[in-house]
Design a protein around this ligand. Structure first.
Ligand code: KIV
Length: 295
């Protein structure tokens, strides 16, 4: 049975059970999140960093996010997939933002949309989208789309006036109908206070333990990329090193042995693995292309 995002978040919050989430962009990450029974996944514009390998999320297009979301909804309950609206000209007006968000929501099959900021445009859009039945997740604190104007990846809410602004942004998003708010790199005590003040759940990233839930970028959790993850992100595996070793061993096998490496499971009598099925599909395609006279 479908479990909608708003119900799942509300029920977790009511029972004081922390909400656990990661970002997902493809079959691999969506499948992991589904098997680990995470509460929701975010198809974040962080795909600019971890899929495109860029330094920021700024160049990500809405069509990129829609493309990845359409994959993710096939492998994780679609009602609990959140589509992240990247930086775009539509953010100049609430009407344009609503139109773009509704279109992306419809095309992707996601269960909610998220956007950064709590200015007039975002608040009006949150209100209209909520009244149209599109759940909205807010995002305040560090806003990677504004990294140039915010002056880098810095902790937010350290000065009193910034803390007061974050508090009022959170309240305004809740009043506009947001179903939840991401607090990114917010000073942890402040994040706790905001979480206590609101009746909707806060999802922290680098904002301490007092939020109602946590989200991390899957590549940081798994150590899927070379280099260090952000300091706040706890790494639970170091898979890049293991993958590099495997690819180096494979290359050495190809280059140094007379026989090409055999795919495990392709020996007679063995059950086919994913690699065999992929190879079989390729061979079938080739055979179809080479078959003389076939229409
Ligand atoms: O784009 C993203 O992945 C995000 C999360 C890190 C909150 O916005």
């Amino acid at each position: 049975m479908s479990e909608y995002l708003v119900n799942r978040l509300r029920s977790r919050m009511k029972k004081r059970e922390p909400i656990a989430s990661i970002t997902a962009y493809d079959y691999f990450s969506a499948r992991l999140a589904a098997e680990a029974d995470l509460d929701f996944v975010l198809v974040g514009d962080s795909l600019g960093n971890v899929i495109h390998g860029a330094d920021s999320t700024i160049a990500v297009e809405l069509s990129d996010v829609v493309y990845h979301t359409r994959i993710v909804v096939r492998h994780f309950p679609a009602e609990r997939v959140v589509l992240d609206m990247p930086l775009g000209g539509y953010l100049a007006s609430s009407t344009e933002l609503v139109k773009a968000a509704v279109e992306a929501f419809k095309q992707s099959g996601a269960g909610a949309v998220k956007f950064e900021g709590a200015g007039r445009v975002q608040l009006e859009a949150a209100e209209q989208l909520s009244s149209l039945g599109v759940p909205v997740m807010g995002h305040i604190g560090l806003q990677p789309q504004r990294v140039f104007s915010q002056g880098g990846f810095k902790r937010q809410g350290l000065r009193e006036e910034d803390a007061a602004r974050l508090r009022s942004e959170a309240r305004a998003l809740e009043a506009a109908g947001a179903c939840s708010i991401v607090l990114e790199l917010v000073q942890p005590d402040l994040a706790g206070e905001i979480s206590d003040e609101l009746s909707i759940p806060t999802i922290g990233i680098g904002s301490g333990e007092l939020c109602d839930g946590q989200i991390l970028v899957i590549h940081d959790v798994l150590g899927l990329l070379p280099g260090d993850a952000p300091g706040f992100a706890r790494q639970y595996a170091q898979l890049y090193g293991a993958a590099l070793q495997a690819v180096r061993r494979y290359a050495a096998d190809v280059r140094e042995s007379a026989d090409p490496p055999q795919v495990q499971g392709s020996q007679p009598g063995a059950a086919p693995g994913a690699a065999d099925l992929h190879t079989a599909a390729l061979l079938a395609d080739l055979a179809a292309q080479e078959a003389p006279g076939d229409a």
